[in-house]
Ligand binder design. Structure first.
Ligand code: HEM
Ligand SMILES: [Cu+2]
Length: 836
């Protein structure tokens, strides 16, 4: 079948259909596009732009520090600058850049037509843009946050002005967008691989996407939970971090670093991923030690969650935990080393030819390794006591971040540029950019190790001449401008018009992985046909691959209904399961993002009602978007997928990408909740006055009634799913109504339990924590009601039927988590305080 010729007329017709289905909107409608190629490019360029902004702040700081007793910047400005520089680099550049690049190229790696939820990508992008402009823009109005990128209380809780609120709310908003993108990337890797691409044939990049996506999923929620508590303290004066009223600033440090340390690896692993694609191409041979690399990547991801305490070595922890976290911090060197050695081995056994991207990768390896070495030093607690909060740390963190992130990303851009534009970037400019950046970087940051050892603290606006740090600082400043020159050369090469430059040939680096099968840049359909994969480097190892691919001889080479479709396969073995529709262009994603932004941003200015209104509008937009896209009963249940395969066009339950998306989102959500629970146990064990002597305790009876109502609501939802599946839709609808009523009852019971006994959240951390748990779970109750009503409407209007029940199954899945957190909340509120 694969060798039979394809009729030219059929081929042309299929191509025309595909072209029509995947057409990019023209004119101003272009901005309603949702396809990964458009969104990915906007996303990457925006992240790059934010990086340049953060870089300008760095240069201004370096000017200030060039000479002693300088007054180029005021102290307050300087504080805003380093806070913004650090926060923007981490939240607006490092993480989003990875997600942006992945959205752009992952479908090509997987031979998919698009990401599974294109509108979600677009929503994530617009949220990122709005949030980023808001957070970064604050610097122009001189109101930016200024207490450092980790916002330690009490400094940040006491601070006047809206700076900390901008940080807490603006960045929470961006974190939500980051999680949305992570969900999309994880589901894409699990469910949208081409037939035959078993999990052990996945390109290494996809493995890293999976690992990093999962890390984002578990690392960001603790920070969101922390932000939530923090903002409650700032706006409502609930004293979570105030020791005078039973709070504890260390709780913030824990929550921040449970996020903050994995974050370092979230930033660094994607670069390894890029290197893992470039290295085999440069060596022209398959990667050595594929399984070892995968294992170590998973190992690093896992270990990185056990290290956070090494950022708190100076807070007076018991020496047992010092020893443990110190050892664990050293242990992470092993899996990191395995990956780097595998790369070096591949390069040694291959014949390395390619220079442009490889140069940057080599620079990255050198710089990152140097940063890793100082990391090993500061992981030893007594050494850290000496250099904590000095320029030694500034040097260390820039070596790891610059070497681990900026260099590989630039290398990756050189490598993938021809894939996106069919042009190459300039060899000559690349060399200039590299050597300027590389030498400038070392001139800037190498001396900082010394300034640090000589005692210069970080985050100081200036220093006296007598300290003797002036020469080293001047050198650093010169270096920073050399880096800037290098980055500018790179940016120029990236953005300069290349109209007259000839197109490159297809697969210019002679790579072996699937993404290079793309040929025609103007065709927006992604892949001409979804291939069958039987090797890790199909372009090297599968005979006649490109020919068959181009002729559309593999799966879904057409779009008979003019719809955008992609293939869904099973999670481990990539057995084809369905051809599903993906969503097309829409403005509603932009609106949804704008209203979500309103909900997060308006409270900064104390417009609480407007914010609530904006939140309602955001939910309305999302409902409209789902109602008009996924909630569609297909006309024909099966479709010819090519190669003699017939596949359903609708799947529900664990086969469906949507089910996975809910499951994964709920894992993240449960992690945020678990962080709040961690807070309860933290106070319980760390504070003798939790609850304080003679304090009012929540009412046990109402809490237990609420617990009961949660269980009933859960049972009714499960019953609705089963009855609907059994064809008894009428009863199923009543069950849904029952679930709604029970949820509202649970909501009421929870509030009565804390309001009736007269708990006052402003007085002490104990009632504040009880309130916080209740607020969190209440918000989920409201969401649960919305989801149930959505299902009810779907059932009434014929969008949710016996066979097409994905919405109800997803809602039930949500309810499993909801019920669990409801039960835990009511037990913690109603029962636990009596045991403390
Ligand atoms: C030319 C490039 C860069 C220069 C000259 C530079 C310079 C600086 C300076 C002067 C500080 C403040 C040090 C202090 O006062 O304590 C700083 C802090 C920081 N930088 Fe950079 N930086 C650069 C690139 C980056 C990159 C690429 C990243 C991350 C991807 C990054 C992340 C950070 C972080 C997280 C902080 C800590 C902020 C804080 O203390 O709150 N920097 N940098
Ligand atoms: Cu760390």
């Amino acid at each position: 079948m694969l060798d039979a010729p394809v009729d030219a007329e059929v081929k042309a017709r299929r191509e025309a259909d595909l072209r029509r289905a995947w057409e990019t909107p023209k004119g101003w409608r272009y901005w309603s596009a949702v396809n990964n190629t458009e969104v990915g490019v906007w996303y990457s360029l925006t992240a790059f732009f934010f990086m340049l902004c953060a870089g300008v702040l760095a240069l201004l700081m370096r000017i200030q520090l060039a000479v002693p007793d300088n007054d180029f910047l005021s102290a307050d400005r300087f504080n805003q600058f380093f806070t913004m520089h650090g926060s923007a680099m981490m939240f607006l550049f490092a993480v989003p850049m990875f997600e942006a690049v992945s959205i752009l190229i992952l479908p090509a790696f997987l031979g998919a037509r698009d990401m599974p939820f294109p509108r979600l990508s677009a929503y994530g992008y617009w949220s990122f843009l709005i949030g980023g402009i808001f957070v970064l823009g604050s610097i122009l109005f001189n109101v930016a946050p200024s207490s450092g990128w980790f916002m330690y209380p009490p400094l940040a809780t006491e601070q006047e002005g809206i700076g900390p609120d901008i940080w807490l709310l603006g960045l929470s908003f961006i974190e939500v967008a980051s999680i949305a993108a992570a969900v999309e990337l994880i589901v894409g890797t699990i469910k949208c691989r081409p037939p035959g691409m078993r999990i052990n044939l996945m390109p290494l990049y996809a493995w890293y996407v999976l690992v990093v996506g999962v890390m984002i999923l578990f690392a960001f929620p603790p920070l969101i939970a922390g932000d939530f508590l923090f903002e409650l303290q700032r706006s409502m004066d609930w004293p979570f971090f105030d020791p005078d009223r039973g709070g504890d600033p260390l709780l913030w440090q824990h929550l921040f670093w449970i996020f903050g340390h994995p974050e370092v690896y979230i930033v660094f692993l994607p670069s390894i991923a890029i290197a893992a694609m470039i290295v085999p191409t440069a060596a022209q041979r398959p990667m050595v030690g594929y399984s070892w690399i995968v294992l170590s990547a998973v190992g690093v991801g896992f270990l990185s969650f056990g290290l956070w305490v090494h950022h708190m070595f100076t807070t007076g922890l018991p020496s047992l935990s010092l020893g443990f976290f110190s050892a664990a911090s050293e242990a992470v060197v092993i899996p990191t080393g395995v990956q780097i050695f595998a790369f070096v081995a591949t390069l040694m056994v291959g014949r390395v030819t390619m220079s442009q991207p490889m140069l940057w990768i080599a620079g990255a390896l050198a710089i990152f390794t140097a940063g890793g070495l100082t990391g090993v030093m500061v992981a030893i607690a007594p050494f850290d006591w000496q250099v904590h909060d000095t320029y030694f740390i500034v040097a260390h963190l820039h070596y790891t971040l610059f070497g681990g992130m900026v260099f590989p990303i630039i290398g990756g851009i050189y490598y993938f540029y021809p894939f996106i534009t069919k042009k190459k970037m300039s060899d000559r400019l690349s060399r200039w950019a590299f050597w300027l950046t590389f030498s400038g970087f070392n001139i800037c940051f190498l001396p900082m190790h010394l300034t640090g050892l000589q005692g210069m603290p970080r985050r100081v606006v200036t220093y006296p001449e007598a300290a003797g740090w002036d020469v080293l600082n001047m050198v650093s400043t010169l270096g920073s401008f050399i880096v800037a020159a290098g980055i500018l050369v790179f940016a120029w090469d990236l953005l300069r018009p290349k109209g007259r430059q000839p197109l490159t040939e297809r697969n210019p680096w002679n790579a072996g992985t699937l993404e290079w099968s793309h040929d025609v840049p103007e065709e927006a359909w992604g892949v001409r046909s979804v291939p069958y994969i039987s090797s890790r480097y199909p372009l090297w190892e599968q005979p006649k691959f490109l020919e068959r691919f181009d002729d559309g001889k593999f799966y879904i080479p057409d779009a008979p209904e003019g719809k955008r479709e992609t293939i869904v396969t099973s999670a481990v073995d990539a057995v084809p399961q369905a051809v599903v529709q993906v969503t097309g262009p829409a403005w509603v994603t932009l609106w949804a993002a704008a209203f979500t932004g309103g909900a997060f941003i308006l409270p900064v200015f104390k417009f609480y009602w407007l914010s609530a209104f904006s939140g309602v509008c955001a939910v309305a937009c999302v409902i409209y978007w789902l109602w008009t896209s996924t909630a569609q009963v297909p006309k024909t249940p099966m479709r010819d997928a090519g190669l003699g395969l017939r596949l359903p066009v609708y799947v529900t339950g664990p086969k469906a990408p949507g089910w996975w998306a809910v499951f994964i989102t709920m894992l993240g959500d449960a992690t945020a909740f678990a962080s709040l629970v961690f807070g309860v146990f933290f106070f319980w064990t760390a504070r003798p006055d939790f609850p304080p002597e003679g304090a009012a305790l929540p009412d046990m009876m109402w809490a237990l009634l609420a617990l009961l109502a949660f269980v009933v609501a859960w049972g009714a939802t499960v019953a609705a799913r089963e009855l609907n599946r059994g064809g008894r839709q009428g009863v199923a609808r009543w069950c849904i109504v029952g679930a709604v009523v029970a949820t509202l009852a649970a909501l009421g019971g929870m509030w009565l339990a804390i309001v009736l006994p007269g708990l006052q959240p402003e007085t002490h951390a104990f009632p504040a924590v009880m309130y916080a748990l209740t607020v969190w779970t209440s918000a989920h109750c409201v969401l649960a009601v919305v989801m149930l009503l959505y299902c009810l409407a779907g059932s009434v209007f014929g969008k949710l039927t016996q066979l097409y029940d994905a919405d109800l199954r997803n809602t039930t899945l949500f309810w499993h988590f909801m019920c669990l957190s409801g039960v835990i909340t009511t037990l913690l509120v109603g029962v636990a305080p009596r045991l403390m």
